[in-house]
Design a protein around this ligand. Structure first.
Ligand code: GCW
Length: 668
């Protein structure tokens, strides 16, 4: 499995001491009661795991005996009912939680995986396998803190993937529904092992065809495969679908004809996908149609779709990523539009609508302050959207562990009545980085970003470092864990430094977003031009979002707005996000802003080289193929870093007219 196909489910042989411990807990596997597709999945994975770790599988047994690994719900094992000492703890874990315990059942010493549902048992089985493989403690209880833990595929029906860097779409729409690739089952296993419980199969830039009968049948075939793993299927719906299919004369959400069409469409979908999750919608953004085309609001549009799926318990996730070609804020500040459009609608969305908000207000930059909508819509459930695919962080070439990016946003305190970001969420969505590549994600280390997203959607308070350690141990083995974690933990900051230090943003190559292009100023929309964002000139650099500038700051809680209004109290990492400052502005380091910028770019390059060197040192601990594949990427990353630094410095110099400060050498 050196090619990476097995992801973090490698189930590699344990050393002898560890084998004995694991063997003692799983002499047999017992799941009382009638098997279900979900308990079958758990049993298959446990056997696969044991076969890998011990060299042989455990015999499934029907009777509880000493040394059994016992998987049970109260419905399967009456001893777990009201009289059980575990009853209260178990009841508190809800439908998806689980507990692992060494205990006695029916007079036998067993290892118990208990849950309230079969899906909880499956999650518990994966947790037990993870603990067995990493040598972690085998006593735990866990329940997800967020209800919706979703992947969003930006996959087109022709198998191209928007912002995908790992091959084609894994969904072979042409072959479906008759031909069901084994990869779909392996995809379900990987996601279930993290607790991901929903997936949107197609791109938010959607097509009407996806809601026609043939595609609904294809989606149903995928749903059938994912169902035992607790994963619901959702689809991205194009708002103008009925009109474009020529089945209505308008797409106006208040038209009875349109409402009836969507209600019938929902009935048609639920007939073949009874647990269909619902719709994800990108409307009135980047050219997508939407309710505003009919002078209706986002709430009118979302509520119309919500009414269609409500009888079937479906939901609508309505995206807040909007910036209009002729928006009021075009000249002023694109970052303000989502808040301005959505905040006034708080309280007017139907109960089964969630508003899905990107982590930051611009667009998945290497670093962004949290989106001001978090904490600002107390009456609306919000889903936080992260991008797992690295559109702006060097694709699947550059190493950038996103656990630290997720953590940074999730732990921010919004300082509003609703508190920390994590507490205002009802779900997390991650734009998938999964494709048809043998290793799924283009590079081995990008598997960690899928992993981290899933683990942090289950527990948004999880620490990025712990998650990295788990992934590294499962992927590369215990011996490589610590040095691999060190690389992962420094990797994202490295990218920030050589691309967009000190709060710079959106200065990437336009369109493709790979590599530097701070000089571009001639695109048809001003807010696509890098110059719009860095605003570098003779007098200084940075985007003034204070009251003297766009005043985007007023969208934050007063405490934050006050703190960030002054460059002296603005976190350095967001300095040029909120302020336009003279080149000779004095930084906390006592350097000028210009000198500090150069120091950051240099550090980015030095750290990229350090990543490369650390990997070379790890060679004896890494499988040959994984080693070589990552080595090539790290070599290229160093070149990317040098290019970014040199191009940005040369460009900024050309507008500032400044020389390199004394002591700084021009690049060789
Ligand atoms: O990040 C930008 C991307 C677009 C994407 C859009 C969105 C799906 O450059 O490719 O379109 O955001 O999130 O809708």
């Amino acid at each position: 499995d050196e090619d990476g196909y097995d992801l973090w489910l490698r189930h590699r042989p344990l050393d002898r001491a560890a084998q004995a411990g694991v063997q003692a807990q799983a002499r047999s596997i017992v799941i009382p009661g009638a098997p279900s597709p979900t308990t079958q999945a758990a049993l298959t994975e446990l056997n696969r795991g044991l076969a890998g770790m011990l060299g042989h599988a455990s015999a499934p047994a029907s009777r509880i005996a000493d040394g059994a690994l016992l998987l049970a719900t109260p419905a399967r094992l009456p001893e777990l009912g009201a009289a059980s000492p575990l009853h209260a703890e178990l009841a508190a874990l809800g439908n998806e939680g689980y507990l692992l315990r060494q205990t006695r059942v029916q007079g036998h010493n067993v290892t118990l995986i208990a849950a309230n549902s079969d899906i909880g048992l499956l999650y518990g089985a994966y947790a037990w396998l993870r603990d067995a493989a990493t040598g972690a403690r085998l006593e735990a209880s866990s329940a997800p803190k967020l209800q919706l833990r979703m992947l969003n595929h930006w996959d087109n029906l022709d198998r191209t993937v928007e912002r995908g860097y790992s091959g084609q779409s894994i969904w072979d729409w042409w072959a479906l529904p008759d031909i069901k690739d084994q990869r779909y089952t392996d995809y379900a296993r990987a996601n279930a092992s993290l607790g991901i419980n929903g997936t949107v199969l197609n791109n938010v830039n959607s097509k009407p065809e996806v809601l026609t009968a043939p595609f609904i049948a294809k989606a149903a075939a995928v749903a059938d495969i994912l169902r035992p793993y607790g994963i619901k299927v959702y689809l991205s719906a194009r708002f103008s679908t009925p009109l474009e299919l020529k089945e209505t004369s308008t797409a106006d959400p208040l038209s009875p004809e349109v409402r009836a069409w969507w209600a019938r469409k929902a009935d048609e979908i639920y007939k073949v996908i009874p647990d269909f999750g619902g719709f994800l919608v990108k409307a009135n953004s980047e050219g997508q149609p939407g309710p505003q085309d009919y002078h209706r609001t986002h709430a009118d549009g979302a509520n119309m779709l919500a009414a269609a799926v409500a009888p079937h318990k479906g939901i609508v996730m309505w995206r807040a990523f909007v910036y209009a070609p002729k928006g009021a804020h075009l000249a002023d500040d694109r970052a303000k539009q989502a808040y301005d459009e959505f905040k006034p609608l708080d309280g007017s969305f139907a109960a089964n609508v969630l508003v899905q908000v990107k982590n930051g207000a611009i667009d998945f930059q290497p670093r962004e302050p949290f989106h001001p909508l978090f904490g600002a819509m107390p009456k609306t459930p919000l889903v936080m959207e992260f991008q797992i695919t690295k559109e702006y962080l060097g694709y699947s070439t550059d190493m950038a562990y996103l656990g630290t990016l997720f953590e940074e946003t999730l732990e921010t305190d919004t300082k509003t009545s609703t508190g920390a970001v994590a507490q205002t969420l009802s779900g997390m969505a991650g734009v998938a980085n999964i494709g048809s590549d043998r290793n799924w994600t283009g590079s081995h280390f990008d598997q960690a970003n899928w992993y981290a997203f899933g683990r942090m959607a289950w527990n948004p308070q999880a620490r990025a470092r712990d998650v990295a350690a788990e992934w590294a141990a499962l992927t590369f083995g215990k011996r490589a864990e610590a040095p691999v974690v060190d690389m992962m933990m420094m990797s994202r900051e490295t990218v920030v430094n050589y691309m967009t230090p000190l709060g710079l943003h959106h200065i990437m190559g336009t369109g493709h977003h790979f590599g530097p292009a701070p000089w571009v100023d001639n695109l048809e929309r001003p807010d696509w031009n890098p110059v719009y964002y860095h605003r570098a000139s003779r007098d200084g650099i940075g985007f003034d979002r204070t009251a003297k500038g766009s005043n985007a700051l007023e969208q934050y809680a007063p405490e934050i707005a006050r703190q960030y209004a002054d460059p002296k109290t603005t976190p350095e990492q967001f300095l040029l996000w909120f302020h336009h400052l003279p080149w000779d502005y004095t930084m906390p380091s006592a350097r000028t802003l210009w000198a500090e910028l150069l120091v950051r770019y240099d550090k980015g390059v030095a750290d990229a080289r350090s990543l490369q060197a650390r990997w070379v040192a790890l060679k004896p601990l890494i499988d040959a193929r994984r080693y070589a594949e990552e080595e090539q990427r790290l070599n290229r990353q160093v070149n990317n870093a040098v290019l970014w630094r040199d191009a940005c410095i040369a460009y900024f110099q050309s507008v500032s007219g400044l020389a390199l400060p004394p002591g700084v050498k021009a690049p060789a």
